[in-house]
Design a protein. Structure first.
Length: 452
């Protein structure tokens, strides 16, 4: 059924490589302190023009509340046909230490069968994939015929910064985003060639905790022992958030949930996370349970004296910033309140504890029983030659919850080209071109199936 689509995508792969090289060359880091804002504007303009050329007749740049430009487009489908929204983002993470890159980060480079460059996978590879799918779909029919479904395009400009510009636009202008199916294309397969839909996201609850015990520093020789060390108090409080096996334990929160989708092999996780040889994993249960289905507490930072320059003194105060990942089915405000209560309850010696709440973000669970998901599953299976699997994601994508609120009738599924070897957000980010090809085939087949 899809041989014409496959042939069209393969013919277009050299063009896709050229376009990805052009996109990667834009240093579209949405932080004017690091790169000129003109780089983001140039990338947004390129994306707009490319989707127009691919057949989306009306595409515009819309400035959002955070100053970024969202690329928003619409091509109506035949009368009575459903509409599909295709999401991506053109901004990228900063390259970090460029000496850690084997090749220039903003120059697409071929090596070992992969294409290297910042944004090659996250998420410019997905932009190119969308373009491939749309071109293949148009090229497989009569020239000039419309797509079999209505198409909406949304390319975000500050996803990596998390400043909420697109979320605010969706809330203010939901009419621009009405669709029957929303493909949030910014995740990826469990491994190369393994078709995977991400169906859950953990939410987030962050706090900063401050501990005070004395008026000022005192000499550890003269007062060490009975003097209530604020740093020691903080360490004891933080240690109470893990049990002996390394599981996150917050008073009042269930930490026994299990994952019923695709497995996450321990060996693969160790490779993906860069766990050193001989070091065990924290917690009990399957890896998938721990990373997708249960709350997880991370210490993001601690304010205390650095080793170099430290004195023989007992600390009167110390602080830490904590990140609690909240699984689907758990209310983030409830989790935040439980974390705050736990910290107060486990402070030793009557230490004075102040907890400052930061942001919360809701978890997300996608529905998998609708006609769009069924059509997508069939298309992915045909394109990859394997049945579609499901995974969760430990991170948060607040936009999914905004879409669910503002477009309540839409099915929402997350997928993309960003499999584990891509090393997104790290030096030497790359993409496997076969993932771009196969996913483009799958997306084109899905659009055809969903419109029939």
């Amino acid at each position: 059924m899809g041989a014409d689509i496959r042939d069209a995508v393969r013919r277009l792969m050299p063009t896709a490589r050229e376009e990805l090289a052009t996109l990667v060359a834009y240093r579209s880091v949405a932080d004017p302190r690091q790169f000129p804002p003109e780089e983001c504007l140039a990338a947004a303009t390129w994306v707009r023009d490319a989707f127009v050329a691919a057949g989306v007749g009306s595409v515009e740049l819309i400035e959002t509340a955070d100053g970024s430009n969202a690329v928003v487009g619409h091509q109506p489908g035949p009368p009575g046909a459903p509409t599909v929204l295709l999401y991506c983002h053109y901004d990228v993470q900063p390259p970090g230490d460029e000496t850690a890159w084997h090749t220039p980060p903003f120059e697409l480079t071929d090596r070992d069968g992969r294409w290297y460059g910042r944004g090659a996978a996250d998420c410019k590879g997905n932009i190119v994939m969308h373009l491939l799918a749309l071109r293949a779909l148009r090229g497989s029919g009569t020239p000039g015929t419309p797509f079999p479904v209505g198409i909406r395009i949304v390319a975000e400009g500050t996803e990596e910064m998390g400043t909420g510009g697109l979320e605010a636009l969706v809330a203010a202008r939901p009419d621009l985003f009405q669709a029957d199916m929303i493909l949030v294309v910014d995740t990826g397969n469990a491994e190369v060639g393994e078709p995977t839909a991400t169906v859950t996201l953990r939410g987030v609850a962050n706090v900063v905790v401050h501990v005070e015990t004395m008026a000022s520093e005192v000499h550890s020789g003269m007062f060490g022992g009975p003097a209530p060390d604020a740093l020691a108090a903080l360490v004891q409080m933080l240690a109470s958030l893990r049990d002996a096996d390394g599981n996150t334990v917050v008073d009042g929160l269930d930490a026994t949930q299990s994952w019923d989708g695709a497995a996450y092999a321990e060996a693969q996780f160790r490779t993906d996370a860069g766990v050193l040889d001989g070091v065990g994993l924290a917690g009990t249960g399957t890896v998938a349970d721990r990373v997708w289905a249960r709350p997880a507490l991370t210490i993001l930072g601690i304010d205390c004296p650095p080793v170099v320059g430290s004195a023989a003194a007992i600390q009167p105060r110390a602080s830490a910033r904590l990140n609690l990942r909240v699984p689907p089915g758990m209310d983030p405000q409830t989790a935040l309140d439980a974390l705050i209560g736990h910290l107060h309850a486990h402070a030793p010696w009557g230490s004075r504890v102040t907890v400052e709440p930061e942001q919360t973000g809701s978890p997300f669970r996608a529905g998998t029983d609708g006609p769009g998901y069924a059509a997508l599953g069939a298309a992915m299976a045909e394109a990859f030659g394997r049945p579609l699997g499901t995974v969760g994601q430990g991170g948060s994508i607040p936009l999914c919850n905004v879409f669910a609120e503002q477009v309540p009738g839409a099915e929402i599924v997350m997928l993309g080209v960003e499999e584990p070897r891509c090393l997104i957000h790290a030096p030497n980010e790359s993409v496997d071109p076969s993932e771009i090809e196969n996913l483009a085939v799958a997306e084109a087949l899905f659009l055809r199936r969903f419109g029939s």
